[in-house]
Design a protein. Sequence first.
Length: 310
Amino acid sequence: MALHIETPLLASPSLSAAAGRTVWLKLESLQPSGSFKLRGIGVACETYVRQGKLRFISSSGGNAGIAVAYAGSRLSIPVTVVVPESTTARAKALIRQYGAEVIVHGTAWDDANALALSMLGDDAVLLHPFDDPLLWSGHATLVDEVARSHVRPGAVVLSVGGGGLLAGVVEGLRRNGWDDVPVIAVETVGADSLAQSLDAGRRVTLDAITSVAKSLGARQVSEQAFAVAQSHPVRSVVVPDSAALAACERLLDEHRILVEPACGASLALAYDRADVLAPYDNVLIVVCGGATATVDDLRRWAQPSISGGA
Ligand SMILES: *Cc1c(COP(=O)(O)O)cnc(C)c1O
């Protein structure tokens, strides 16, 4: 039994009307951990247990850490999540809710990750948030489910942080014979490490993440993500935080589903009828979800004076 659930796939009348074409939503926001991350992390955790690992370590104060905590609770494996001081109280509470230990260490993620690495031994394994082939094969199952439902999308829209979702979805498209289905890879301004890398022709490392979409905040995409963005038809798009936040509010009003701006970025293409969608009669949006934002956060981030800050 997989740790993730099969999620609903539904055509959205409101998003279809806004986009001027059929918009399918794959509702990863309904995963028990609140995001698609559980697909890949679930597969990785189950594999590491079979290999004899007795403890999971994560250094993610976001949806990856929450997914590891959930997976550990299901597999009866103790989990330690090391996070920097900047991690929100809500994220820490979500991690602890699944019985995981939270250690707060350092001001930046690099400090937390260094401590996490020092805790590894023969028995403990570090779950990477996006750069692990096991993760990609797990994320690919979302495409398997779409293929089984006989919906063939003209294009798949998804958000990109470190590129684990991108790598996994492309793997899923390929293993279902959909090599020719393009992917529209969306980032926000200030978290646009893939767009900048494709422009430069090499993997760029951002100095800082200035977007409110913290779940897209990998300073550099993985080698695999950069490679598939060039070997598969991938269009890279960057939207402002304001568009991502507006999309979150509209989804909440119209579908009664709360997601992070990281997810709103993908939805914004449909709400704003982006030109990049013009060639397609129907598109599939991966509603990647995210459990760390509250309605108050969305409102606060939408204030012009704070938008773009932390
Ligand atoms: C992790 C995450 C992303 C980005 O995924 P990557 O695999 O890092 O590209 C997007 N949205 C949400 C909600 C996430 O948790």
